[in-house]
Structures are given as structure tokens and as C-alpha cells.
Design a protein around this ligand. Sequence first.
Ligand SMILES: [Zn+2]
Ligand SMILES: [Zn+2]
Ligand SMILES: [Zn+2]
Length: 147
Amino acid sequence: MGPGKDNIELENVLRTLRERGHRVTPQRRAILREALSTRGHISPGGVAHAVAQRLPGVNASTVYRTLGLLEQLGFVSHSHGEEGYAYHLAGRADHVHLVCNACGRDLSLDIAETRSLAGAIERQNGFTPDFTHFAISGVCGKCRETF
Ligand SMILES: [Zn+2]
Ligand SMILES: [Zn+2]
Ligand SMILES: [Zn+2]
């Protein structure tokens, strides 16, 4: 199995790293294990915190670089939100983040729902949008009720 599958195995990632000439250090292994076992969004800060509990002395920049490498290899992609950026496993970046600018709630919209807008942008601007890269800001239903 390669990138793009829903279930990304640690051993598969480690094999790919070695094949591309990257060293697999205990630190890298711990970081990758933590990232790949994270449910939902993988935040670099969260991974750094969890790894530091188990392997003291792993510095944050190693975590950031390792996650960047994981993205270069196509196993994850990032998206920007209110609280910095987070990674999705490849195959799970199939939604747009909707962030409420009043309460900060982060809702999710299926990427399929953006198809007609994407088509309009392509026709009018010759531009292919990537709605998964940045969150769309707005006001959630709960906050709208109280305005
Ligand atoms: Zn997401
Ligand atoms: Zn970006
Ligand atoms: Zn809200």
C-alpha cells in the first residue's frame, strides 16, 4: 500500500524512508508512530508533546522536520486553521474546514459539496482551487442565533 490509502502503516512509511535514503532514528520512529496513530487532525505541537512524554530530549524542530518529510513523501497533507496548521493522513483530507470567527468552532464540509464552485472558478479564472488548504471563516449556526 502506498500513500493515498486510508490506513497508513508505520512499517510502510519506514520502508519508504529507507528506500529514499533517509535515516530511521529512534526519535523519527517515535514521532511517526505518534503521528500515524493520531485520530483526526495531527497537530505538530500535539505530536511534540506526546513524544516528549515517552522520549525526553526530542526537540520540537525534529518533530516539525519529520512531519514535513512525511508530507513530502505524500503520506499526509496540511491545512491552515485558526490555531496554526495541522496534518491529515492522505485519504482523509476530503473535507473543508469551516471556522466560526465568533466562537472558534471548527466544522467540516465534504469536499464533494464544493464541486460546483470549483467548476465556476475554473471556467471563469482558469484556476484550480484547493479548498482543503485553508479554512473558510464565517459564523456558525449557534452564534448566528445569538446575533
Ligand atoms: Zn480536517
Ligand atoms: Zn500551507
Ligand atoms: Zn460560533
